[in-house]
Design a protein around this ligand. Structure first.
Ligand code: PMV
Length: 368
């Protein structure tokens, strides 16, 4: 079992002066939601997600050692990095990266010895309302681990991915679920061997054929800035009147969905996933201060999905993240039929008729 201490890099000499890596990492969509955290990005309850395939961040990390004559143990004063978004300098993103570097410094003491150029872009539009923090932090964490692997070539593959997920978590909690595919569990759960609050692990059981290439069509209902950030939302779970019951429910739902993913019971899958989405938003509506992130069109879409499902017996369902967009989940076999329904009945509720077709994916990929 890994503990925080195992992720501290403690070599004092190193030979890498200059180089670059490039990784892509996908977004992920939670089936059992993470909402509420303790200190140091420790989740209040375990969660499970589908890794996505199309919605990705691609990040190139170029690095050059600041002063080649100094040993690694010698402390440097500041982090030094330039940030480019779609090839242009983007100062607004710098504070988030600065904070991320500060949080992971104890585990990656070599960071202050390099100047970095972080060149990043997303495959989905920046203003789509799709959070880029999960894919962005995962892609950056993979690049940092490539540098660490260059400094410590003995490192095992297992350690590489677990530390990448551990670092990504410190950037943005759900990012730790964006390293691997197809299904990832994050958070200690008695029914899942090896599960940890510190990093995400691949769901180890054989996933039923019914969930193979599962589809996620993301309906972009509202592209605006969220009125309440996830950070504030997580915080409001402290002293929330229903927090204890909610955290217990997440454990129960994780046990149930584990069985469902193995036995292929889509009816049960739908019940758990939709209940989780509505519970997440119910937590927002019942916190103090309370808030609503769904929009009228979010509810229109949900009602249309329910009506279509009742009338056609097609196993389509929805989930939500912390925003107004709707993720429509369905089996690959029903793709044509459901895409037609989406085009005929749902895209009218999307901003500028925008939606993204995605599927379950395999996690981060090294490009360079
Ligand atoms: O990783 P954060 O802090 O942005 O939180 C994400 C929370 C949800 O997307 C609402 C749920 C989840 O488990 O991804």
């Amino acid at each position: 079992m890994f503990s925080e201490k195992d992720f501290i890099f403690n070599t004092t000499t190193f030979e890498i002066n200059k180089g670059s890596f490039q990784w892509s990492a996908p977004s992920n969509i939670a089936l059992v939601k993470y909402w509420g955290k303790k200190e140091h990005q420790i989740p209040a309850n375990p969660s499970i997600s589908f890794t996505l395939n199309q919605c990705k961040t691609i990040t190139k990390l170029s690095f050059e050692r600041k002063n080649t004559s100094t040993a690694l143990s010698e402390t440097k004063k500041n982090f030094s990095f330039d940030l480019l978004f779609e090839g242009k300098p983007k100062v607004d993103f710098k504070p988030k990266i600065q904070k991320f570097f500060e949080r992971i410094e104890v585990y990656c003491p070599y960071l202050k010895h390099y100047h970095f150029i972080i060149d990043t872009e997303n495959t989905f539009p920046h203003s789509s309302g799709i959070a880029s923090s999960a894919s962005g932090m995962a892609a950056l964490a993979m690049n940092i681990m490539s540098l660490e692997k260059a400094l410590n070539p003995e490192m095992t593959k297992e350690y590489f991915t677990q530390k990448a997920s551990f670092l990504a978590r410190l950037g943005s909690g759900s990012a730790c679920r964006s390293i691997k595919g197809n299904v990832v569990v994050w958070g200690k759960h008695t029914g899942i061997n090896g599960s940890s609050d510190l990093f995400g692990i691949e769901f180890a059981e054989k996933i039923h054929q019914n969930f193979k290439n599962y589809q996620d069509t993301i309906l972009l209902v509202d592209k605006g800035e969220k009125q309440v950030s996830s950070t504030v939302g997580h915080d409001l779970m402290h002293n929330h009147p229903f927090a204890k019951q909610r955290f217990e429910q997440a454990h129960t739902n994780l046990s149930s969905i584990k069985k469902v993913l193995e036995n292929g019971n889509i009816e049960e899958f739908i019940k758990i996933v939709e209940s989780e989405a509505l519970t997440l938003h119910a937590m927002m509506m019942t916190s103090m201060p309370y808030f609503i992130l769904m929009k009228p069109n979010t509810l229109e879409i949900i009602n249309r999905i329910w009506k279509f499902r009742a009338e056609t017996k097609t196993p389509v369902c929805f989930t939500l993240d912390a925003g107004a967009n709707v993720h429509v989940l369905y089996p690959e076999n029903d793709r044509e039929h459901i895409l037609q329904f989406i085009k005929d009945e749902l895209i009218g509720f999307c901003q500028n008729a925008n939606y993204i077709c995605d599927t379950i994916g395999n996690g981060a990929i090294q490009i360079l």
